[in-house]
Design a binder for this molecule. Sequence first.
Ligand code: NAP
Length: 426
Amino acid sequence: MNLKIAIIGSGPSAFYTAQSLLKHNSDYEIDIIERLFSPYGLIRYGVAPDHQSTKNVSRVFDRVLNNPNVEFFGGVDVNTSPTIDEIMNIYDSVVVATGMTKDKDLGINKKNISGYYGATEFVNWYNGHPEFRDLNPNLNIETAVIIGNGNVAIDCARILASSSIELENTDISNYALKILKNSSLKTVHIIGRRGPLDAKFTTVEIREMDELIDCDSILAKGTKNNIDKNLLNDDLPKQYRILTSFNENKPENSAKFKTAEFNFHLSPIELLGRNEVSGIKFKNNLSSEDNPIIINAGLVISAIGYQGEIIPGLKSDDSGKLIHNNNKVKDRLYSAGWIARGPTGVIGTNKHDGANVASLIDRDIKTKNSPGRQELKNILNKKNIRYISKEDWFIINQAEINNAKKESPRLKFTSYGEVFKLLDSL
Ligand code: NAP
């Protein structure tokens, strides 16, 4: 009898784990259980739509999914039903690879004011995530503020600063493209609480800001004066050389409509506005005096890192990381990726986690004659949960590719209704 393994989540860490497990033993029966109707997690809903080359890793994951021993159960949420305990009862081993899906709390007032979003909301919105398609941010504004100096912040800034030509041939959701196309946005401020040489942007991302068709990237006035000149030498990592080469003024007679301004040493203290955001107040971290700085803006996005969701029945720390020991949560239960490690690293970083978890499972696993897949199907049927199988996903995937316009790689389905309509029409 084949050993039965369930992986909860279907992002990069889930697929790298499945890939490594099959390298250990090609007879493992692996079920990938996912809350959404589509696999690939962050590849589909996190990676920016204009970064198609990063998304190409999904071809590796396609090969894993195509393995006859691997099945997909989309639309199955372990936060509600079936629970982790129910899944543990029917599989020999279970891996939790659910990522980090919430925003770290900025700790300021008025979290529910309209026009203020966490990066997960904004990113999921433009990427067509079914739970965020109705976010509908008002972009009939002049100024946006992005808080954070990481790659997520710069992704949000770049999408806002891009022209429609730059976005048209991507897989951005069509509703987001429409709103971005009609936007009156002129200025995007990207805010760091420390200095430019502490920013976490990587080279490609900062260079892209300098290459936008309709946007000039500049530093806030005075930025260069505040940098220790001894540090500005040839040893400075590339991303900082590019960032500090930006001008402090928009070029005179620039034909570019938009401006992305990088501001530093500012910590947010208060969102302004009654029902809608009208601006944000910052503490100037270079000043010992109480002279806050206000930036008026109709959109504020907090991109200061992610947090894990609590999974019923499992223990997490304050950041939402599962409590585990070298990826082992308890007997027969493992964790991989951001939910185990925290929200850092690039997609390939998850390879190591996957390989480690696969080695542990391969070492520990003993069959309990678990029923696995067939019993999961029975439970889902009994609970009237309509799941998306691997074959269903292949149909959805092909339809998205067929529906794409011009050079765009796919036109994503963004609701269960659309997906079920497609599947029911066959
Ligand atoms: P990140 O790289 O950790 O950046 C978080 C940023 O938020 C930092 O600048 C941090 O400043 C700032 N911050 C944290 N708490 C704050 C607070 N209370 N107030 C103001 N600022 C605050 O996280 P991320 O941007 O979410 O990215 C997560 C991971 O995904 C990273 O490893 C990233 O490289 C990766 N990623 C990669 C790509 C890509 O390769 N294109 C795209 C997206 C994400 P301090 O430094 O001062 O703490």
